[in-house]
Write a protein that binds this ligand. Sequence first.
Ligand code: SF4
Ligand code: SF4
Length: 139
Amino acid sequence: MKADWAGCEVSCNNCGQVCPTGAILPIPLSIKKSTRIGLAIVNTKTCLPHAQTGECQLCVDECTAAGYNAIEFIGVGTQADAAGNPIEGTTHYAPSVIADRCVGCGLCQSRCFAVNVKDKKVLQASAIIIEAGAAEKTA
Ligand code: SF4
Ligand code: SF4
């Protein structure tokens, strides 16, 4: 699945109804919503908050709106002093995917691509990409 142009709509299971070979299972919507088809991976080198090159939470908003709540901002980049204690002010906040909530719908990837790549042109590629995952959610 390449989700730059569109993710898998939460309220649709038409592909499973029409697939002539059964390659896409005809599962009901109630099951489809919790069935994993992949896993979102954030590119921490290019993601704007991770790289500290801009503010953005489009993927978080998209995932939340879809009802998955699988992306949260966490503190990253904390530096330590010689004694190993965290240095105040060195932490910044960036998105992290909670794997056992992510179904791989791709809505986050298509949002990042549409806005940051196609519209604003601040990225060369979406900074969150769906990779192949297990057939079912692990939780
Ligand atoms: S939409 Fe893209 S750039 Fe924005 S926070 Fe998510 S992964 Fe990073
Ligand atoms: S692929 Fe995962 S992280 Fe992205 S919107 Fe869907 S459930 Fe959320």
